[in-house]
Design a protein around this ligand. Structure first.
Ligand code: F6P
Length: 348
């Protein structure tokens, strides 16, 4: 028996997680490893929640959304004694390696465990937000963009029929990847993202310009992390509640409603808002995400087999490569100005 591998999924659920689990498990079982699912992310390592994964359990997973082993936003570095329990669990479960599938938070924990405790871990980059450094794309992003684009296409119907401005709020946390890509694909007339905070007045001006050209409806895409920015220099972040999670994140959401009120007040155009929320994370992954997740999963299994811990599977161009976990979690990958400029060519 070459060893025993634990697999965990942490952070928000994401289309393609099950496809990664299937690929890691399939390749590792074929190599005669034992494979164990760690339930509910890092919480499973802290509280000892495990589930064996065999050929039968991983059958039918490729198109399935969510994660069959559950997830959580548990940060063992935030609870007294929890890191010790993670290390003990790895011992008692006889894990020779752990595959952590997650975004900056889950993989940040993996990087620290590896750096501070020589923990045998490899990472797989997951997030609909696409904000993880070290990889061109994360799996889940393509599905989120497809859902948002379809929503924008559908909202055009009402916008056009009622001569309205339709504001669409998309996820993405502190980066505007989903907003820019879905806005570009859906033909948005203005896109507001955290990285390029154009003012509310400037966005209204784009809409007026468009109406003057005879188009009496508009689509505005706003990223949940956009800070309402005004010509006066004033700024306002809209959040759902005070306080943060164990990784220090506020719960975003609601900026669309505030922006819609501002637009209606300033332009006089009838405005409605749609918040896409978790719909963007739900359901079956797109073919592109299924393929990416599968390639990442196989790479992670290979990294484990080669004993190359502290690494993360990554996409560079069309090639699946590996990068250091520490490097990948050092800073967020924001939307480059060129991408925003491309979208901007169609504003107004
Ligand atoms: O990171 C993925 C994400 O969907 C973000 O886009 C969003 O801000 C956050 O998770 C929502 O988290 P929760 O599911 O905990 O509400």
């Amino acid at each position: 028996m070459p060893g025993r591998i634990g697999i965990l999924t942490g952070g928000g659920d994401c289309p393609g997680l099950n496809a990664v689990i299937r690929a890691v498990a399939r390749r590792s079982l074929d190599r005669a490893y034992e494979v164990v699912g760690v339930r509910e992310g890092w919480r499973g390592m802290v509280d000892g929640l495990f589930q064996p994964l065999d050929y039968r359990t991983i059958s039918g997973l490729l198109p399935r959304g969510g994660t069959i082993i559950g997830t959580s936003r548990t940060n063992p570095f935030k609870t007294e004694g929890a890191v010790g329990r993670v290390l003990e669990a790895a011992e008692s479960e006889r894990f020779t390696a752990l595959v952590a599938i997650g975004g900056e938070d889950t993989l940040g924990v993996a990087a620290r465990l590896h750096g501070e405790h020589a923990f045998p871990v490899v990472g797989v980059p997951k997030t609909i937000d696409n904000d993880l450094s070290g990889t061109d794309y994360t799996f889940g992003f393509d599905t989120a963009v497809s859902v948002a684009t379809e929503a924008i296409d559908r909202l055009h119907t009402t916008a056009e029929s009622h001569n309205r401005v339709m504001v669409v709020e998309v996820m993405g946390r502190h980066t505007g990847w989903i907003a820019v890509m879905s806005g570009l694909a859906g033909g948005a007339d203005a896109i507001l993202i955290p990285e390029q905070p154009i003012t509310v007045e400037a966005a209204c001006e784009e809409l007026r310009r468009r109406h003057e050209r005879g188009k009496d409806f508009s689509i505005v895409v706003v990223s949940e992390g956009y800070e309402l920015t005004y010509e006066s220099g004033g700024k306002r972040t809209v959040t759902q509640e005070a306080g943060t999670d164990q990784f220090g994140h506020v719960r975003l959401g609601g900026v669309g409603e505030a922006l819609a009120r501002d637009i209606e007040e300033r332009t006089g155009y009838e405005t409605r808002v749609t918040v896409l929320g978790h719909v963007q994370r739900g359901g079956s992954p797109t073919p592109r995400d299924r393929v990416l997740a599968t390639r990442f999963g196989l790479k992670a299994a290979d990294l484990v087999h080669e004993g190359r811990f502290g690494r993360m599977a990554a996409l560079h161009g069309d090639a699946v490569v590996d990068v250091s976990l520490e490097e990948a979690t050092r800073e967020l990958k924001t939307v480059p100005p060129e991408w925003y400029d491309t979208a901007r060519a169609f504003f107004g």
